[in-house]
Design a protein around this ligand. Structure first.
Ligand SMILES: CC(C)(COP(=O)(O)OP(=O)(O)OC[C@H]1O[C@@H](n2cnc3c(N)ncnc32)[C@H](O)[C@@H]1O)[C@@H](O)C(=O)NCCC(=O)NCCS
Ligand SMILES: Nc1ncnc2c1ncn2[C@@H]1O[C@H](COP(=O)(O)OP(=O)(O)OP(=O)(O)O)[C@@H](O)[C@H]1O
Length: 197
């Protein structure tokens, strides 16, 4: 059995970048957003149920994220319908990953760790964080979301301060070197525990 870390943080706070750092330390990493990408792609398990709920969202055999965003913009409750389809499939993908790895530490990158029940299934929770102005700058610099879309997603997520209060560790992602140091400390602490267990 691997030691499970749940890695979370609000939109654009640096989850993916920090997850890569855990991978560099030898942890196996599973990424919930990447699982959603697989589920939405041609042949993915979300395509058929999404077609039933939002026929216009299937383009060339895959789920179109732009169409989903337009559906959500039209009717906010669409996101709940999408989540109802996607979340059980994501959970299945995650269980398969955990069962198939023999890494000593598995990092589960889960944006909605504390909003859902994900935190109950992990041994350690880690939240990535930077001040809100830096978060906004980073998200808008990607150019994939309008300011309104960013605010809408942020409003659906638990506020950063609450996540930080719930997490066992907070990783400040202001610079790459600072974040890497904090990741190494967490990994060292867990490996020490595993050695003494
Ligand atoms: C809304 C969608 C179409 C936007 O797609 P897009 O490619 O523009 O953005 P991306 O997927 O990269 O998400 C951007 C940020 O929003 C967060 N986010 C995505 N869905 C949600 C949600 N349901 N609630 C809160 N935050 C969310 C992501 O974790 C990420 O931090 C897409 O995120 C989606 O289909 N979401 C539903 C599935 C879901 O709940 N995923 C969350 C992880 S399981
Ligand atoms: N430690 C860091 N130092 C400097 N820049 C960083 C750091 N971590 C992340 N960033 C930058 O912040 C932006 C967002 O990072 P990343 O994509 O890792 O966030 P995320 O939380 O996975 O995003 P999302 O929730 O939207 O999927 C990127 O431009 C990334 O390069």
């Amino acid at each position: 059995m691997s030691w499970l870390i749940g890695l979370t943080g609000s939109i654009g706070m640096g989850k993916s970048t920090t997850a890569k750092m855990f991978a560099e330390e030898g942890c196996a990493v599973w990424d919930a957003d990447a699982a959603v990408h697989r589920l939405y792609s041609v042949g993915g398990a979300a395509v058929a149920p999404m077609q039933a709920a939002f026929p216009a969202a299937i383009v060339d055999g895959a789920v179109s994220r732009d169409t989903l965003k337009a559906e959500i913009a039209k009717d906010g409750s669409a996101l709940r319908v999408i989540e109802g389809i996607v979340h059980p499939l994501v959970a299945e993908d995650r269980q398969g990953f955990i069962a198939g790895t023999d890494a000593d530490i598995v990092v589960l990158d889960i944006p909605l760790l504390f909003e859902g029940s994900g935190h109950k299934m992990v041994d350690t929770t880690v939240c990535v964080s930077v001040p809100p102005e830096m978060q906004r700058e980073r998200v808008l610099a990607r150019g994939t979301m309008t300011e309104d879309q960013f605010e809408m997603i942020k409003a659906k997520q638990m506020p950063d301060a609450e996540k930080r209060a719930l997490a066992d560790h907070v990783v400040i992602t202001d610079t790459l070197d600072h974040a890497r140091d904090q990741v190494r400390e967490i990994v060292t602490e867990i490996r020490k525990k595993l050695k003494n267990a």
